[in-house]
Design a binder for this molecule. Structure first.
Ligand code: GLU
Length: 283
């Protein structure tokens, strides 16, 4: 159990490949951030059933253990909590904050190309709102016809509900949440009945995480998570978005670069201390 002042951090990889040096850095960062006397949790983010593999989950435990990290058990696996995500979606839906979106990837690409001057987020053009104003009868017809749909958060309505929000990052201080920069994010995918944003927000609260550490490439996601926390009356943790470890060439590590996985380094004869040293950012 955590006491009031105890720091609880987590490392939350997806088992879609073997861990690389960037993951090692992130895991070590989270484990160090709860010291002294805090709790370090591991969470398996496996909602993307099509891409996750049991052998990669085993690989996560094997690599982190080899690096000398310890974590609390049982480990939370997102695929075990789909009912919790469903309940939160139902609540948001009942509050009129969600709408079904039938757009295909192609539709979204075409819409983005047609409105090159439309607002952009980190993943490209923001959703232009095409399905937000669909008539109820059309929605009912399309659902009856079996057309697949995602559920999106009506961000304008959400921001109206929450009012202005901020979040605190250890490196950056207090930042204002920018709902317009998020757009109507997907909270339940067509193929998976939740999304990264919803699952992470609910899990961090359910696990009592007080300090979310992750790469600065996910800073934009924190705006969405803060809004969801406010809508779902969840506590707001503190954040520390860290810099990204890069290869000497300057490029980011990726799961597809097999040579830089922890497993490959181990098999090439590197020790845990070697890999810990490689997984550190100088200065
Ligand atoms: N599962 C995410 C990833 O592997 C990390 C999520 C997070 O730290 O919020 O990139």
């Amino acid at each position: 159990m955590s006491t009031d002042s105890q720091i609880v951090t987590r490392f939350a990889p997806s088992p879609t490949g073997r861990l690389h040096l960037g993951h090692a850095y992130s895991a070590l960062f989270a484990a160090e951030a709860c010291e002294p006397g805090g709790r370090f949790l591991l969470r398996i983010e496996d909602i993307d059933i099509g891409r996750c593999r049991p052998e990669f989950e085993d690989g996560i435990y094997e690599d982190l253990d080899w690096l000398g990290l310890g974590w609390e058990v049982p480990v939370r696996r997102q695929s075990d909590h789909m009912a919790d995500y469903g309940a939160a979606l139902e609540r948001l839906e009942d509050e009129g904050l969600l709408f079904p979106c039938f757009c295909t990837r192609k539709d979204l690409q075409r819409q983005a190309a047609e409105s090159a001057s439309a607002p952009h987020g980190p993943d490209g053009a923001l959703y232009p709102g095409s399905c937000r104003a669909l008539a109820a009868a059309e929605v009912a017809d399309r659902k009856a016809a079996g057309d697949a749909f995602a559920l999106r958060l009506d961000m304008t309505a959400a921001a109206h509900r929450t009012g202005p929000l901020t979040f605190r990052d250890r490196a950056r201080g207090e930042s204002a949440v920018d709902p317009a920069g998020c757009g109507d994010v997907v909270l339940a995918r067509k193929d998976v009945a939740t999304s990264y944003h919803l699952a992470v927000t609910l899990d961090d609260a359910a696990q009592g995480v007080t300090l979310v550490t992750r790469g600065e490439d996910l800073l934009h996601a924190t705006h969405v998570h803060r809004i969801l926390q406010a809508l779902l009356e969840l506590p707001a943790p503190e954040y520390h978005h860290h810099g990204l470890l890069r290869a000497p060439s300057g490029k980011r590590f990726a799961k597809r670069d097999k040579a830089e996985t922890i497993q490959a380094l181990r098999e090439a004869g590197r020790s845990p201390d070697d890999v810990r040293a490689m997984a550190s950012i100088e200065g």
